[in-house]
Design a protein around this ligand. Structure first.
Ligand code: ZN
Length: 278
């Protein structure tokens, strides 16, 4: 599943292509993905200027000047392919479900073999009143309001293992399973520690490590577990930097003493070093 870094990378790639542009045509090659497409999608959006392309948690949000926002979720296997209309075009494949033609001469294709992605159209002013946006916690990356004391305060309300809290989008938004394990290893915190046992200093360090690990992943082009590929078709390589994720039984690269262990928390795999994470 694309995690926050991949979604951020897609968002950064779409920004210069879509902002100040508009859609000339929206071609839907099937009636639905995870949900039916908005029935009036093309009629509502074509020829209206796009003002801002941004991200909230793992959602790409495209705002239009006439007060509508297109919510785009990449699901489990979504890819975005950006092509110049003047360049020789690749042939559309069987999983190319949505094709946007822009006024700035781009073709933006949404390819999603597993079809868990979706598009939704809403009034921009309603965004924060609708689920899931109404209940999302502060964004783990790029939210200037989020600091150590706010994060600490939010964690103190709960008495659950910190790893589970990191995945709870209502506490902090945008952290997926991979980066939760990586950030906890970086911060030397056990995934089993209860949220309300964390000191302010530990919380501050954890927040810094979360942001570091996401920032490095974005800089490295995002990880490409399963079948995610970048907008330009390149494959990212951040997984080579993973210290614990999928490293079961490998010796911890920090203490060089103990193997990384894998446990299941909730339904999700957690990887950690029982020696250096306390
Ligand atoms: Zn270790």
């Amino acid at each position: 599943m694309p995690e926050l870094p991949e979604v951020e990378i897609v968002c950064q790639a779409l920004k210069p292509v879509l902002e100040k542009s508009s859609f000339l045509k929206i071609q839907l090659n099937r009636p639905n993905l995870r949900y039916p497409f908005p029935s009036n999608l093309e009629q509502e959006l074509v020829n209206h200027p796009i003002t801002i392309v941004h991200r909230r948690a793992k959602y790409i949000l495209i705002n239009f000047s006439h007060g509508l926002t297109l919510i785009w979720h990449l699901g489990m296997s979504g890819r975005v392919i950006i092509e110049d209309l003047d360049a020789p075009s690749l042939k559309s494949g069987p999983h190319d479900h949505v094709i946007f033609m822009t006024s700035h001469n781009h073709k933006v294709t949404y390819r999603d073999p597993r079809r868990f992605g979706f598009l939704r159209l809403i009034a921009t002013h309603q965004l924060n009143t609708l689920a899931p946006f109404s209940t999302l916690g502060p964004d783990s990356f790029g939210d200037s309001q989020l600091n150590a004391s706010l994060f600490h305060e939010r964690l103190q309300y709960h008495n659950i293992p910190i790893k589970r809290a990191l995945l709870d989008q209502k506490i902090i938004a945008g952290i997926g399973n991979i980066y939760a394990s990586e950030a906890l290893w970086q911060a030397k915190l056990s995934p089993l520690r209860l949220t309300n046992s964390l000191t302010l200093a530990e919380t501050g360090l954890l927040l810094k490590k979360i942001q570091d690990v996401l920032e490095r992943a974005i800089a490295a082009g995002g990880s490409t577990l399963r079948d995610h590929v970048h907008p330009n078709g390149d494959i990212g390589y951040f997984q080579h930097f993973f210290k614990v994720y999928n490293h079961k039984d490998k010796i911890c690269s920090r203490c060089h003493l103990f193997p990384i262990i894998k446990i299941i928390q909730g339904t999700r795999s957690t990887y950690y070093c029982n020696h250096c994470q306390k």
